[in-house]
Design a protein around this ligand. Structure first.
Ligand SMILES: Nc1ncnc2c1ncn2[C@@H]1O[C@H](COP(=O)(O)OP(=O)(O)O)[C@@H](O)[C@H]1O
Ligand SMILES: [Mg+2]
Length: 348
């Protein structure tokens, strides 16, 4: 079989640029080089697109930008179907894996470019990416599907925050989040009115639209889903044990005391319930390829609520998404092959 020309896009302008670099480096280090010619396009924090021809260590540290880089773009022109370097050189592509998290990467924008370009893309397309990126839109879709979730109030910039109504509806503690963010950036927990008002201000620094959710005293259980029309969930779930009061940015990436429990210690019934909800939510949002579906399990009564869907979850070999598949018998490099297979499948 001929090798496929695969482009990995990494970095990006979102607050999760650094996380993306690490995920992408892990993909490149573990992918089967006999199956793919790998081309790497990095997007700097300021949004510059560069064809990068250096090693993955410099991607991890961020030093790649001063390595072998040439300005290059993926052309939206369907007759080109590839990377166009500044020199005019064209690299034809068979498939792209945007290993990008957050805004302008995981939200349907890059997926839209690839749709215009007629290049198959790993993961969800425009609609699934956009719905899952916007926590308010995702909640509306979940509600329409009767998927259990924390109650919420949406606020747009310029709306009057009716604190009394919010307190009455949601109580304390509550969580305040930007609609479009990730890695807990801009997320706060409030236990009183002062915290609520501060949380609203913090969330509006990140986005024009925010949501406030009833706080659940919860265990955080996650489920890996793969596939297109008939998605499957991994039979092993994972649980995160945040080192901080909730799973904030520090607890996610900086605090080694946060732990991942695989498999999550839940009953078989709860596991089945979570897996089924994950697949229903994935289909409802029109996800494709992959997603990690995150749940809040009430510590007191064991009730399960869907928290969010991540269409491009952290994707190193030791990230939750890939470790759950690994436990289920699908190793990391095979997982990458399968995801590329689903991207090519979508095209037919
Ligand atoms: N309604 C809630 N009840 C309890 N904890 C929550 C709730 N919403 C969010 N959290 C906590 O905040 C973290 C980040 O929120 P999340 O919605 O997952 O945003 P992000 O997209 O940034 O990961 C969660 O992992 C969890 O620890
Ligand atoms: Mg989350």
């Amino acid at each position: 079989m001929d090798k496929l020309n695969l482009c990995i896009i990494f970095g990006g302008t979102s607050s999760e640029h650094d996380v993306s670099r690490v995920s992408a480096a892990s993909v490149i280090d573990n992918i089967n080089p006999e199956k793919y010619n790998i081309y790497t396009v990095g997007i700097t924090k300021s949004g510059k697109w560069l064809l990068y021809e250096g090693d993955t260590d410099a991607m991890r540290t961020g030093e790649w930008e001063s390595g072998k880089c040439t300005p290059a773009i993926i052309s939206p022109d369907r007759t080109v179907r590839g990377i166009v370097a500044q020199s005019g050189k064209v690299i034809p592509l068979d498939v792209v894996f945007p290993v990008l998290h957050g805004k302008y990467g995981e939200d349907g924008t890059v997926q839209g470019l690839l749709a215009l370009a007629d290049i198959p893309c790993v993961g969800s397309g425009v609609i699934g990416s956009a719905v899952c990126m916007d926590k308010c839109m995702a909640k509306i879709v979940f509600k329409n599907e009767n998927i259990p979730q924390a109650d919420w109030v949406e606020l747009r910039r310029g709306d009057r925050a009716d604190v009394e109504m919010i307190e009455k509806k949601l109580g304390y503690p509550c969580f305040i989040k930007p609609a479009n963010a990730g890695s807990s950036v801009g997320v706060s927990k409030a236990v009183d009115r002062e915290g609520l008002l501060r949380g609203i201000e913090i969330a509006f620094r990140e986005d024009e639209k925010i949501l406030i959710e009833e706080g659940i005293n919860a265990r955080e259980v996650e489920c890996s889903v793969i596939g297109n029309e008939n998605p499957e969930s991994a039979e092993v779930l994972g649980e995160v044990l945040p080192a901080n009061e909730f799973y904030d940015y520090e607890a996610k990436y900086k605090n080694a005391n946060s732990k991942l429990l695989i498999p999550a210690p839940v009953s078989d019934e709860m596991r089945d319930e979570i897996r089924a909800l994950a697949v229903r939510a994935y289909k409802a949002c029109e996800c494709r390829g992959l997603a990690r579906v995150d749940f809040l399990v009430d510590k007191k009564d064991g009730s399960v609520r869907l928290n969010e869907i991540n269409t491009i979850p952290g994707f190193t070999s030791i990230s939750m998404y890939s470790m759950l598949w690994d436990k289920a018998g699908v190793g990391y490099s095979e997982l990458i092959d399968r995801l590329i297979g689903f991207a090519l499948d979508s095209e037919r």
